[in-house]
Design a protein around this ligand. Sequence first.
Ligand SMILES: Cc1cc2nc3c(=O)[nH]c(=O)nc-3n(C[C@H](O)[C@H](O)[C@H](O)COP(=O)(O)O)c2cc1C
Length: 343
Amino acid sequence: MGAPMAGVSGGKLAAATCQAGALGFIAAGHLMELESLEQELTAFRQEAPTSPLCIGFIGYSTFGTDEGWERYERVLRKHKPAVVQFFAPAIHTQQSTGRSNVDVAHHHAALVLAQVGSVQDGLAAANASVNGLIAQGSEAGGHGLRREMGSAGSTLARDLIRKVAQDIPVLLAGGIVDGYGVASALALGCDGVVLGTRLWASEEALGHESLKRALVDAESTDSVQRTTVFDQIQNTSSSIPWPEPFDSLGALRNETTAKWDGRMNELSEELSTGSQSTLCTIYREAQQEGNGQIAAVLCGEGVGAIDSIKSAYDIVKKINEESVGIVRRMPKMLLDNCGENRT
Ligand SMILES: Cc1cc2nc3c(=O)[nH]c(=O)nc-3n(C[C@H](O)[C@H](O)[C@H](O)COP(=O)(O)O)c2cc1C
């Protein structure tokens, strides 16, 4: 599936992903207003009228207020998505009604995927009767558990498969950009994968072209860092600050991380003094201009293998074909390594 990526996954990207045979998600983000989401849903319907509609919601903001719950239910009622995805954290219960976000989705006939970064959150999601889990490893691009709380995707996925999700599918998210990533996820016992960063570097993705180019220019996994620096800056002036332990980003190293990484107390001091407005203003301007040397360029640890911006359709098709080729070669590789094919 294509990840719901706020500011990146609109109707066109979701449609192209679906046309290539995967589930393409539209990101509802914080769902603070419905207008921009409506536009993306319309674009999706125009491009892929018969494909299943899939929408991803960010939990802490969407389900933090009764208005958020209302907007969520309005989207379900009007657009009838086939699948919804929840994240950060995935499971919420509305105090005034006692219903969970999963119950509400099921009431509107949508299947539910929960993206989790720990076994504990996976258990909570399974207990809430989700239809599938996404194991988000700390290799993943974008928000996720702080480095010290998260795990590698491969170990998390194995634990979820063994301990939590015997009866429901588990997908792996984090660092997957080619057929090798897909084949390794299948070998782990996963039922599929999530592509985030690879589809961010696509023609249909929303967002600044300069930031997409930065993804192509990144040389290797060494270019990526999981850090709280960006959230610390952004949270200072945001009306919906990311809460702990999700206030951490997989992103490209840049001037901002070079300056502040390992100096969080000083950064906090700087933000609480008069310089706060300057730092936040510079940061916001950089975001608007697509200046990836100052603003965060969200991406996962697989970014070094991305060498071009292509259509999402071609990306998904090629990754699928590549993974099939690798899986077909596996038996011979295994036999060769075991010596059985040696004469
Ligand atoms: C630019 C960007 C924005 C993201 N926004 C969201 C989001 O709005 N909701 C969400 O559930 N996950 C979001 N994610 C995380 C993805 O769901 C997924 O876990 C991640 O992209 C997988 O790792 P990869 O980028 O290495 O493929 C985002 C990731 C990126 C790169």
